[in-house]
Design a protein around this ligand. Sequence first.
Ligand code: PRE
Length: 359
Amino acid sequence: MNLNELTNDWVNDFANPMIIAGPCSAESESQMLGTAKRLKESGAQISAFRAGIWKPRTKPNGFEGVGVIGLNWLKKVKEEYGFKTATEVANAHHVFAALEADVDILWIGARSTVNPFTVQEIAQALRGTNKPILVKNPVNPDLALWIGALERLLGQGIENVGAIHRGFSTYQKTKYRNIPNWQIALDFKNQFPNIPLFIDPSHICGNRTGLAGVAQEAFNVGYQGAIIESHEDPDNAWSDASQQITPEVLAEMISNLQIRNSDISGYEDEMGKHRTLISDMDFQLIELLSQRMKISEKIGTLKKENNIAIFQPERWKVITEYANQKASETGMSQDFIEKVFKAIHEESIEVQNGIMVNK
Ligand SMILES: O=C(O)C(=O)C[C@]1(C(=O)O)C=C[C@@H](O)C=C1
């Protein structure tokens, strides 16, 4: 069996969208029950209550989680408020303890996904269970590693899987804690449309203000769920204080989310008209690009015969200036046009390079 053959019926046991929410870390019994009570009373439409029991921290001597005692608190949350529960596991010992405590959903964190040994150990510990397990993207933008982790789970017969998009580490200063790099998640979704994809706006944003926007962006492109950190007293949380929100704010945020349906049934005709036009234009674009490359080949031959360098900065400058001007005249994003022209120019250089090398 491969990942594309999974039916992923397990998500049907949960609401659509499936929202997993709760504190970043379990801190005390009263914090856990207090947060759960407020989530219940606020009417937040959540499918499971999350809390980190073991916390992978960047530096030592920070709060590394309360450990197994927190699993009892998760159990109490389930008993008293009826929430399904979820936590992160990072080794076989965590898996056994979480299974013993009957945690309903497990996830593998971004720092574990990067390590095939860790993922393999977790997968083997899970063998024989049908627990849903979600895999966060690795901290580095490596789609193959993310997919590989899911394949390791499947290799041990674990079929109830999902993926969490939590963004990617970057050394640059950006408005995000972890840059979303949407294209990687979309490539994932494209390859595995059946695997439920969750957004983790808390870790992407690292602050409270951007959460709703990132979550909405994800639902706009068809994600199935979200995992969001919510704490009864966010400012005084022991970990990730700046990105946690109160249960009431979460409830409001969830009720404002617009959930998009991937299915186009009922709109096939109207969509069909637009899509025909787009396909027609796509063919024209490709035809034009092919003609452009043929001219580039001719220039390449001329350059080779006369020993002229391929890259012509002056001409490239004129092209980009003109493209920029055209972009603003037509109301297009300059960024986008720049990307398109860079790709065309790169290919054109590649084509000419082929001529210089081969002929
Ligand atoms: O004008 C040229 O000299 C070209 O080879 C064409 C072209 C292009 O594709 O637009 C390619 C390479 C140069 O750097 C500049 C422009």
